[in-house]
Design a protein around this ligand. Structure first.
Ligand code: SDX
Length: 450
């Protein structure tokens, strides 16, 4: 699988072993020595699951498996891209704290950082922006493909289908071990996903497609393709432009979340990147993952007024549904992205006028952060809790919010995809299982029965 280049992951600090586990199998009386390894600047410690395989009662046994549904305690890869400390609420891209990147970087600067491992120099950045800018057009047939959808088709269905269809326009994209080919496909995807996303919004609204404007920045060009009407050149609000660029930065990567794991597993079969990213979009669509930002607005609308928040919280605590936008598999503290988004919401809504949903959201947060049910389960606002309020204030429909998440996460998915391809430890993803079905039995059809 791996090609000749060395990915930043394998170039990271080498493994140092610090002791071992002594496993005594009381079934056989045998003892096993399993080395404990420590790796990376954060000192992650692990044992290799394959070290369990020799533990068996007899030679004809398969050997000991580790059972870990939903991978609650399984590292599927080594990665140098994103670091999260869920207890401390830390998120860093290639070592840079998310707060600093949100403050000073542009989304394309972060997209480069995620993939290359270092911030771009001025000439590198200029060339990258040029390359992305001049790959924003999509084949006319994609427009016709989109016109085949009903106007009220879910935009995430349209996005995952269209991005998957892109692979048919670039048959050479399957040459994934060719660095030059990978490079152009990565640029094409970062450039074309916003164009397709904007075309989808126009299709939903029955408006003509607006083509890319190469004189605009990445984010302003996306807003132009979404909202330009008859004016010769679209002028985005400075607040919206900066807020959306920051939101793209916040959503760009998040280590081995469900959609990234899906992209890695699909990519491990050596399929082209368009197909792998389409799989990531499909995973992100789920309401427990990227679809949560849409569900937060649905929830706020269901609550209706601030006065009904307490009743809603009581319903959640009695098991009637979830507090969407709260909780996280990794963060057992405030999601650092949610803090930044909340500040952005204040800025954007100051320009567009606050709305009652923000009041309801803030009341929900206030109650949840002091309520034992949520505190005990370490449920804090995650990145999705406030983003929907900003997107709606910018004029995006609720069902479109996850498309915005996908535009940003495309940069992270591609960086993780390439890191997987270059990682010498990796091969086609194929987990084992614990078989709990029936033992062998004789086929005796029931079709002739009465
Ligand atoms: C994203 O992985 C990532 O990094 C994802 C992401 C990224 O950038 O890629 O950060 C983006 O997907 C953010 C998460 C968006 N999803 C939501 O906001 C949906 C609501 N949240 C939950 O569904 C839940 O918190 C998850 C899915 C996010 C995490 O689920 P876990 O880790 O599997 O936790 P769990 O479901 O086992 O919950 C533990 C307990 C349970 O209670 P008990 O059974 O112990 O009594 O907490 C409860 C859950 O019922 N719980 C909630 C809750 N989330 C968990 N109860 C009410 N409301 C919630 N939101």
């Amino acid at each position: 699988m791996a090609t000749t280049e060395t990915s930043p992951a394998t170039a990271a600090k080498s493994t140092s072993s610090q002791g071992s586990l002594e496993i005594r199998d009381t079934r056989t009386g045998k003892s096993y020595n399993v080395p404990v390894a420590t790796e990376g600047v954060e000192g992650d410690t692990f044992v290799k699951a394959m070290e369990l395989r020799p533990i068996k009662q007899s030679d004809d046994e398969f050997g000991l498996l580790s059972y870990d549904p939903a991978f609650m305690n399984t590292a599927s890869c080594k990665s140098a891209i994103t670091f999260i400390d869920g207890d401390k609420g830390i998120l860093r891209y290639r070592g840079y704290p998310i707060e600093q990147l949100a403050e000073g970087a542009t989304f394309l600067e972060v997209a480069w950082l995620l993939r290359k491992g270092e911030l771009p120099s001025a000439p590198e950045y200029k060339q990258f922006v040029h390359d992305v800018t001049y790959h924003t057009y999509v084949h006319k047939n994609i427009e016709r493909f989109l016109e085949g959808f009903r106007y009220d088709a879910h935009p995430m269905s349209m996005l995952l289908s269209s991005v998957g269809a892109l692979s048919s326009f670039y048959p050479q994209a399957h040459r994934i071990s060719d660095p030059e080919q990978r490079n152009i496909e990565i640029i094409r995807l970062i450039a074309k996903v916003p164009t397709i996303a904007a075309f989808i919004l126009r299709h939903m609204r029955g408006l003509p497609f607006v083509y890319p404007d190469n004189d605009l920045s990445y984010t302003e060009n996306f807003l132009s393709m979404c909202f330009r009407m008859t004016e010769p050149r679209y002028k985005a609000s400075e607040t919206f432009k900066r807020a959306l660029d920051i939101l793209f930065i916040l959503h760009a990567d998040h280590e081995q979340n469900a959609s990234t794991s899906a992209v890695r597993a699909i990519g491990s079969t050596q399929v082209d990147p368009y197909s792998a990213i389409a799989g990531g979009i499909a995973a992100l669509f789920g309401p427990l993952h990227g679809g949560a930002n849409e569900q937060v607005l649905v929830m706020l609308n269901q609550i209706g007024t601030k006065s009904k928040v307490n009743q809603f919280v009581d319903d959640v605590k009695s098991g009637k549904g979830k507090l969407m936008g709260f909780g996280h598999r990794v963060y057992k503290n405030y999601d650092p992205r949610a803090r930044i988004v909340k500040k952005l919401a204040d800025q954007v809504l100051a320009e567009t006028g606050s709305d009652e949903d923000l009041e309801i959201a803030m009341e929900l947060e206030k109650i949840a952060l002091s309520d034992e049910y949520f505190v005990k389960r370490k449920l804090y606002p995650n990145v999705d809790f406030y983003t929907g309020l900003i997107y709606r204030a910018m004029g995006f429909p609720t069902e479109y919010f996850t498309v915005l998440f996908a535009i940003a996460r495309t940069a992270g998915w591609l960086s993780q995809w390439e890191e997987m391809l270059l990682d010498k430890d990796q091969k086609i993803a194929r987990p084992r299982q614990i078989y709990i079905g029936p033992g062998e039995r004789k086929y005796n059809s029931k079709l002739n029965g009465k």
